[in-house]
Write a protein that binds this ligand. Sequence first.
Ligand code: ADP
Ligand code: MG
Length: 245
Amino acid sequence: MSRLVVENLHRSFGGVKAVRGVSFTLDGGELLALIGPNGAGKSTCFNLLNGQLRPDEGSVTLDGTPLVGLPPRRIWDLGVGRTFQITATFASMTVAENVQMVLLSKARALFGLWRPAAGRFRAEALEVLDRVGMADQADRPCAVLAYGDLKRVELAMALAGAPKLLLMDEPTAGMAPAERLELMALTAALVRESGLAVLFTEHDMDVVFGHASRILVLDRGQPIAGGSPAQVRADPRVRAVYLGS
Ligand code: ADP
Ligand code: MG
């Protein structure tokens, strides 16, 4: 069985059918890109997977556990993490403190009322920061970081939640092209090393075709193509609807 199994998801907003019959699977060690024009239903899919929205129809399972109907916090505890399009760090806190806060929250979820001191997680925070190349900036407040470094801290905060599945909705928004490729190369390396499963959206096709292991293409809420980067690039429906050629 695949780690994530998504079957026939549907979700409407009033008369708008944002997601219509989306199905896919995702395994550990894979980086799946969800692409499609603006309004295709990508963000809605993310919100359906992490419990922020409930589907009208369809099912989602993580390692066999059904997720539909569970609150977002419970879904996070079960191993679905996400990074955000908008910056979610506390600016006045240091890089390490931001990561420690997530580690503390995870420990509380696992051990209930036990309240470890936040400082206990410093060593663990430094380990996570080392994985994204930010250990040397651990004691700087987030407020002074360059934008690309802030994105790495956000990735570290997502990793600190020990996800089995990481959802990244436009992780490279606002970054320069070289920085985008760098962040996704880092993410791809983490996926290979740790067996994490990643679902991401991205507008930059160099990033998508350069780093995704598979691609799923949505158009007006519906999957229209999927497969390896080579298969998707050659698909005439994709070229017509999305690549504009
Ligand atoms: P994408 O992320 O691919 O750009 P979205 O999932 O954000 O697309 O949106 C898909 C469609 O659903 C769009 O037509 C959008 O306007 C609509 N939509 C998304 N969220 C809401 C909402 N909370 N209320 C009403 N309509 C929404
Ligand atoms: Mg979106």
